[in-house]
Design a protein around this ligand. Structure first.
Ligand code: 13P
Length: 250
């Protein structure tokens, strides 16, 4: 039976003590959850949350990282620093990074390659804006983000990469793509991956959906053949809302 990959992106929320409290509740709530569960607190809370999830099945993720190992890069966080405190996964190319902070496909690609070289598992986010969707550009936008983001990624390490499809218009808006619409884009993503790698690689790749995922729609989304997990924002901030998403099968 396939395991779903359910990730919580806490974005710019929670102090260290609030993060520790939530992480402790999640550890007790999801200790026996059958899915892969990841949480990505803010940088300042990572070390404290690492202590809470140590030895449990919950994976620790970061929300971003810098594109270099070390040096004069004021304000950046290196993958070495993340690894040092027990981070295993890293969200890269989130639409908020692309749109609010101007991250380019080239920069995101540099980070993806560096994360993999440092044995961190990247979640590469892709997704179109409403304007792009309505202008018929969905496939070209998502296709470019995938091709550029994965440039130079060897087939041998592809199993360490997750793709998250997050339509920008569905993030934090309460508007979810219908399961059918999301599944269709995921299928398109697999077509692009098959062209870049192989049918087999495309089939086995984990593709998460993100954008207003909640307990009420999680099971319906996960039932779709091309949806392998969820990247959750707002609903990841409380055990009462994230717990049921991660346990959507029970
Ligand atoms: P929401 O679940 O709040 O829509 O956020 C989705 C997201 O951006 C996760 O990375």
């Amino acid at each position: 039976m396939r395991k779903y990959y359910i990730a919580g992106n806490w974005k710019m929320h929670k102090t260290v003590s609030e993060s520790v409290t939530l992480a402790k509740s999640l550890v007790s709530e999801l200790g026996s959850c059958g899915e892969r569960v990841m949480i990505a607190p803010a940088f300042t809370a990572l070390a404290a949350v690492a202590e809470v999830v140590k030895g449990t099945s919950i994976i620790l993720g970061a929300q971003n990282m810098g594109p270099d190992l070390q040096g004069a890069h004021t304000g950046e966080i290196s993958p070495l620093m993340l690894k040092d405190i027990g981070v295993k996964a890293v969200i890269l190319g989130h639409s908020e990074r692309r749109h609010s902070y101007g991250e380019s496909d080239a920069l995101i690609n540099k980070k993806v390659l560096l994360a993999l070289a440092q044995a961190l598992e990247p979640i590469l986010c892709v997704g179109e804006t409403l304007e792009e969707r309505e202008g018929g550009k969905l496939e070209s936008v998502v296709g470019t983000q995938l091709r550029e983001g994965l440039k130079g990624v060897a087939a041998t390490v592809l199993d360490k990469v997750t793709i998250a499809y997050e339509p920008v218009w569905a993030i934090g808006t309460g508007k979810t793509a219908t399961p059918e619409d999301a599944d269709a884009v995921h299928a398109y993503i697999r077509t692009v991956l098959a062209g870049l790698y192989s049918e087999a690689a495309a089939k086995s790749m984990c593709i998460q959906y993100g954008g207003s995922v909640k307990a009420e729609n999680a099971a319906e989304l996960m039932a779709k053949p091309n949806i392998d997990g969820a990247l959750v924002g707002g609903a990841a901030l409380k055990v009462e809302t994230f717990g049921p998403i991660a346990q959507f099968r029970s």
